[in-house]
Design a protein around this ligand. Sequence first.
Ligand SMILES: CC(=O)N[C@H](C=O)[C@@H](O)[C@H](O)[C@H](O)CO
Ligand SMILES: CC(=O)C(=O)O
Length: 320
Amino acid sequence: MASPKKKLQGLVAATITPMTENGEINFSVIGRYVDYLVEEQGVKSIFVNGTTGEGLSLSIEERRRVAEEWVTKGKNKLDQVVIHVGALSLKESQELAKHAAEIGADGIAVIAPFFLKPWNKDVLINFLKEVAASAPALPFYYYHIPALTGVKIRAEELLDGIQDKIPTFQGLKFSDTDLLDFGQCVDQNRQRQFAFLFGVDEQLLSALVMGATGAVGSTYNYLGKKTNQMLEAFEQKDFSSALNYQFCIQRFINFVLKLGFGVSQTKAIMTLVSGIPMGPPRLPLQKASREFTDNAEAKLKSLDFLPFTGLKDRNLETCS
Ligand SMILES: CC(=O)N[C@H](C=O)[C@@H](O)[C@H](O)[C@H](O)CO
Ligand SMILES: CC(=O)C(=O)O
């Protein structure tokens, strides 16, 4: 059984996997990255080897080493380190789950297998159950991301009775815009101490209203501080300020989405904002263009999302 540990809450950064210019993992900057998240962004939990971390583009050995490095560097600094261990091969997924437990991670998450797919809830549960059983002492999270996996089984349906099958089940990372499904996950599981973690950063405020207990996302790497201000305002029931923060965050995300936004662009933006070199992504992704980065930088400056831009007196959009 999972030890009844502290609930995963607040902002969780989906970590980028830093790489060198020749495509190897750059382990040397992970310590600095941890400090940056904690000190500059106020983000104390991380989600490793997920979408943003290009987890499915790494070899199993690389995934093990990346997980280990984050756990080691995060010791006594981070609240929780959750490792995504989803894979197409059940065996690999189980191996990664076991490894996550051995290195002292705080939880594991799994996406639905996305090549040969489970076609109904029971089959998906069976797969998840086998993975969870390989790390019987670790909290287990299901990572729902139907747009990328193509597995569209509704989360609400999946959660129905899930603890009978997966006793370590502890919550859901919900990366979809279907707030009916998300709301019903919360509504139907009020008696249980699940974490409901929302994964569409530009819509987090609406998910908070629906009962989200936290959020996992790529933008918390560099907009963590801003988003924490939104969480704070929401907590204080200052909804007009919370909405103001959400709109500011939306202006940025809306802008980059129109330019074409994904993991490559996240790497470029994080390099720019943090000063820590994230490097290029791995194929099949391609490095963000110079034009994208210049445009994103100008937008970050105009929203006052970059520290020390010296633009204070110029045309800032009001985003305080
Ligand atoms: C598909 C994807 O990567 N989603 C991320 C997490 O689930 C989000 O953090 C988005 O990057 C973010 O909401 C911007 O659309
Ligand atoms: C965003 C997210 O949760 C991921 O990168 O997996």
